[in-house]
Design a protein around this ligand. Sequence first.
Ligand code: MG
Length: 245
Amino acid sequence: MVCCTLAAIPMATRHDPPVHWDVHDEERPQPPAVDPGSAPKNPRSIPSDATVLLDGTSLDSWTHMDGSPADWNVVDSTVEVAPGTGDIQTRHTFGDVQLHVEWAAPSEVIGEGQGRGNSGVFLMDHYEVQVLDSYENPTYADGLCAAIYGQYPPLVNACRPPGAWQTFDITFRRPHFDENGNVVRPARITVIHNGVLAIDNAILTGPTDHQARPPYTAHDPRLPLRLQDHGDRVRFRNVWVRKLE
Ligand code: MG
């Protein structure tokens, strides 16, 4: 028996192209769990050239999808999803960005799989980085926390326990389209979850969707960022963005 060779140690590898797997394929391998260390007590410092989108004191920079004022709950310097009110989006629009998001799943564990601490960070309204309580909570690999939903599982599962603050640091390069609406450059995304590389410059196949991988459809070079109401009381704080264009 060969034991404890380097080859036997699970390693974060590069992403399998999604085309090798059906969307939400239950057979797709699960990434190894990694303990990212304890959660920072305080929100991350904000760079001087960043635009603060959510500081926990108001939702002035956000609306619901119909343009009405965002009415999620502002509590204790955080913003909590108000289930049933719907997603919220930024009033400003963005293309290429560096995005920092801090979030926490509910401390009280309710539900399982996709029904536990589910929300999402949508770049340009179309491309979701999954927010999910994936701490000892199995689900299909391309729906885990920090997955590009329905396309790429994270390289590792770096989720903290429910209730703990977690960070996403996302670099997103928008898709480019020609005048006929054809993709000339697909979107690319990198996600660092709690300081751990989860998505490594992955090439998006198109918009993210549930049980589908739709092709790209041409859209504006700048669109709002969106946070998802999936019915769970996920909290957010300290969301800021740096434009990269
Ligand atoms: Mg989601």
